[in-house]
Design a protein around this ligand. Sequence first.
Ligand code: FMN
Length: 193
Amino acid sequence: MSLDLESANRTLGGLRPYPVAVTTVADGRANGLMSLSAGAAAIVPEAPRVTISLTKYNLTHDMVVSSGVFAMHLLANDPDIIDASLAILMGLGGSSGRDGDKVAPFATKPGVTGVPILLDALSYVEGRVVHALDVEESTIFVADVVGAETLREGHRLNVGEAWSKLPPEWIEQYESNHVPQVDSARRNRGLIA
Ligand SMILES: Cc1cc2nc3c(=O)[nH]c(=O)nc-3n(C[C@H](O)[C@H](O)[C@H](O)COP(=O)(O)O)c2cc1C
């Protein structure tokens, strides 16, 4: 029986609806990206853990492998802050740090691990990686939460709301940038030459 991809995607898609801004620092250089892969990774309330999955194609992946630290920020969806949230999403998710400093345009402060904390975010956790699972196309990182802060009260921005407010030309650019990323993942899994 052939695999029912439509049902697989219907089941798996949208399970993690909150786009998070991941920042890191390695060798004195800051960078970050957007991710839809973040989640809680522990049930012990006094010792939280966070997980993210980063594609090997992305510079942030190599930097987290090297430094073992990152921050994971939720973005806000309230009228006074939505423009700043969309600017972070477009700034970190729209291009690679290989092409320039993506973090510099944003207001930041150093976190306890030294990673840049985005001051316009809703809240964040900072993590030190304790396990990393290589899954060929990406690495799944699990980190002890070593810092956390609520920066403002408000509502989380979910990906559907974000997508409905982003400029169509940015979405088009993002989708075309995504193609080589998926091909790289296919290559890393031996699905194409
Ligand atoms: C909503 C959204 C979700 C994303 N989810 C992930 C993800 O889970 N993992 C990942 O590696 N990249 C993800 N990306 C892609 C990266 O954010 C994007 O490729 C970024 O430009 C990589 O930058 P870098 O090369 O500086 O690390 C996502 C992008 C967007 C806009």
